[in-house]
Design a binder for this molecule. Structure first.
Ligand code: ADP
Ligand code: MG
Length: 196
């Protein structure tokens, strides 16, 4: 199974989602980023960096989940991947510039696949509702599901500890209390993937 995480703009939470999904679902991660912080966290057999001219590897095992953390450009290889993907997650942080780029991102992706899940990321206050209303305005007859991850320090903890949010919570009662909502939100994304 292939899950692509993509946005034309950086800083939307692609790598953050990728690491927690990989650690939670024991998935492999493939990236085309020149530098990826995942190199330090995931072992060599769970992480693969692809150079500019290299092809993405074929998935040999059908039941294996591979997450593609794709840097912000579209080339021949990414189009092939969009077509083959079981799901394309587009994380979006709500502000004027990001929203325009995210709409452009969805426009590019939907040329090749409609298996799109939008994640309203780093949300505060009305961010989720604002993103939802923007998306509803654009895609009236063709709504894409939207899940939410609120603004949280959990992702820096995940990177710091190299553990999934579930494992962090299992080990630390105080963090469990702070992170219970974001854990529930992450679980919704995990469940979405499990249900495809
Ligand atoms: N839900 C969130 N709450 C707070 N900070 C977040 C959240 N998601 C991502 N970040 C932070 O935003 C920055 C960019 O995230 P990253 O995953 O590297 O984005 P991308 O891979 O899309 O460039 C990182 O510092 C990350 O810790
Ligand atoms: Mg990244």
């Amino acid at each position: 199974m292939r899950v692509v995480i993509f946005n034309l703009k950086g800083g939307q939470g692609k790598t953050s989602l990728a690491i927690n999904l990989a650690l939670t679902l024991n998935a492999g991660v493939v990236t085309n980023d020149v530098y990826s912080p995942l190199e330090k966290i995931l072992s060599d057999n769970q992480f693969l960096k692809i150079g500019m001219d290299e092809e993405y590897p074929e998935i040999v095992e059908d039941n294996m989940l591979v997450i593609y953390d794709l840097g912000g450009w579209i080339d021949r290889r990414s189009i092939k991947l969009f077509k083959a993907a079981d799901l394309i997650i587009i994380p979006v942080i709500n502000d004027f510039i990001n929203n325009q780029v995210s709409i452009n991102t969805i426009e590019e992706v939907r040329k090749h696949s409609d298996k799109i899940l939008i994640v309203a990321n780093r949300t505060e206050k009305n961010d989720y509702l604002e993103i939802k209303s923007i998306m509803d305005g654009f895609y009236k007859n063709d709504k894409y599901p939207i899940l939410e991850i609120k603004k949280t320090t959990a992702f820096s903890k995940i990177f710091e500890k190299g553990k999934s949010i579930n494992n962090i919570i299992a080990e630390d009662k105080l963090l469990a209390f702070s992170y219970r909502e974001v854990q529930r939100q992450m679980q919704s994304i995990v469940d979405f993937i499990k249900n495809i």
